[in-house]
Write a protein that binds this ligand. Structure first.
Ligand code: FES
Ligand SMILES: [Fe+2]
Length: 460
């Protein structure tokens, strides 16, 4: 689309002609949270974006300097750093950060590189009273203070006060641990904009990891990220979702530079397909995708959405250890309400077990990335959290189907449908004669918002 095309206000405001998500909320029987009532209706332009953003080495290297070394990034759950001496290593492109829990119970983060001859100090995660380099045995305490070196008579020029490990900023929100290599710029709460306030109700901190998959995908990290911030592709890619997901009228919002959101309603057929499915068929398709053998009946006068809420509420109550009837909207019991915190962390909202995504480059490869999928489930306040699930790692050639015992076959199939597209998108981008991609005005506004923020960082 060229710059000369002038759109009318009606074209810019165009939406699916059926009901809106907000109209669906009008049918709730309990008060609707303010966060769900927000609808930003943002228009950010219609211009094409050049393909080099996803394919060029030079662009990728600018992202390293200006994005990966300048932004707040989710690294792990705080449960992985619960006790003094716990450490966790976060690798991003060629940078490596080691995060520790100190004796005083604080979190600290350091560049994971020995000040002697540079070996990484730690790999993976574990427990250690100090950071001792395996190469020659130089060591630092958990606060990053230099403790000494074998044969210190040979290093009269090494002064402990000058050999503290260089620190990285570390902060937590919702039970997630974040780092930022940049010493300047906003603290995490300010960086997160509306997100903490929006998500407070759904208590990320009061959850444990009920599943964690990390998979290498043969596509640029942004190619993958973008496929998870719009629901538009579901029409062609996930046709089995049409009986029970309202794709065409999903709501898309953006706030400030760092936060955006999609809400896709469940328990209702996609508006364009509504004539094809009865309420019962809608419910049956949802139960089938969830891997359930049960086929509960929609009662006369009841909708599939209402029935699903009825089924979901006792499960959620049991997990949360509190009675949410009279408080939980149908939306919070089933919908996919998926936020993004720039650059790469996508926490979901709701009372149910929620999915969270993260997308990172795979080392310094432009053409592949690592996608994390964390399922977070509530546990009752005041009780010990169940142990987090072990990480299931899938290589580039291992489909999500190999994790079907964790995700369930229905969800694994949905991810494999995406996983089949994405390397073909990356290939097609490189094969493009047009040299640019075209975005919709509304359903893909989050992608445009993401790239506008990316440009702000790249130009800073
Ligand atoms: S490289 Fe770490 S002690 Fe020598
Ligand atoms: Fe998808």
């Amino acid at each position: 689309m060229s710059d000369e095309i002038k759109l009318t206000p009606e074209q810019i405001a165009a939406r699916d002609p059926s009901y809106s998500f907000q109209e669906l909320l009008d049918r709730e029987r309990v008060p609707v949270p303010e966060a769900l009532r927000e609808s930003t209706d943002t228009y950010l332009g219609s211009e094409d974006l050049p393909i080099e953003r996803w394919t060029s080495r030079e662009f990728f290297e600018r992202e390293v300097e200006k994005v990966w070394r300048k932004t707040w990034q989710m690294t792990c759950r705080e449960s992985q750093l619960r006790n003094p001496g716990d450490y966790f290593v976060y690798d991003i492109v060629d940078d490596s950060i080691v995060i520790t829990r100190t004796e005083a119970g604080e979190l600290r983060a350091f560049h994971n590189s020995c000040l002697h001859r540079g070996r990484v100090l730690k790999r993976g995660a574990g427990q250690s009273p100090e950071l001792r380099c395996p190469f020659h045995g130089w060591s630092w305490n958990l606060e990053g203070e230099f403790q000494g070196a074998p044969c210190d008579w040979d290093f009269p020029h090494v002064r402990a006060e000058e050999f503290k490990l260089p620190q990285v900023r570390v902060a937590t929100w919702g039970g997630w641990v974040f780092i930022n290599m940049d010493q300047q710029g906003p603290d995490l709460p300010e960086y997160m904009g509306v997100l903490p306030q929006h998500l407070a109700r759904w208590k990320h901190e009061q959850r444990y990891v009920s599943a964690h998959i990390e998979k290498v995908i043969g596509a640029n990290w942004k190619t993958v990220l973008e496929a998870f911030i719009e629901s538009y592709h579901a029409i062609a890619t996930h046709p089995q979702l049409m009986p029970f997901q309202a794709i065409d009228n999903s709501q898309y919002d953006v706030w400030g530079d760092h936060v955006s959101r999609t809400i896709t309603a469940y328990g209702v057929p996609n508006p364009s397909d509504a004539h094809r499915f009865s309420e019962q068929e809608s419910l049956d398709a949802m139960m089938k995708l969830a891997g359930s053998e049960e086929r509960p009946q929609v009662e006369p006068g009841q909708t599939a959405r209402e029935k699903l809420a009825e089924i979901s509420l006792p499960v959620v109550n049991e997990q949360a250890g509190e009675d949410l009837s009279g408080q939980a909207t149908m939306s919070e019991l089933m919908d996919s309400t998926l936020y993004l915190l720039f650059p790469n962390f996508a926490p979901w909202a709701g009372h149910h077990t929620i999915i969270n995504y993260r997308h990172r480059p795979n080392g310094n490869d432009v053409d592949s990335s690592i996608m994390d999928i964390y399922l977070l489930t509530r546990y009752p306040e005041g009780s010990e959290p169940p142990p987090d699930a072990a990480t299931c790692s899938l290589g580039i050639d291992e489909p999500f189907k190999d994790a079907a015992h964790i995700l369930g076959p229905g969800l694994a199939n949905v991810f494999d449908q995406d996983g089949a597209n994405l390397p073909q998108v990356q290939k097609g981008l490189k094969a493009s004669k047009k040299g640019a991609i075209t975005l919709s005005n509304y359903q893909e506004v989050r992608i445009r918002h993401f790239h506008q923020t990316l440009d702000k960082y790249l130009q800073s």
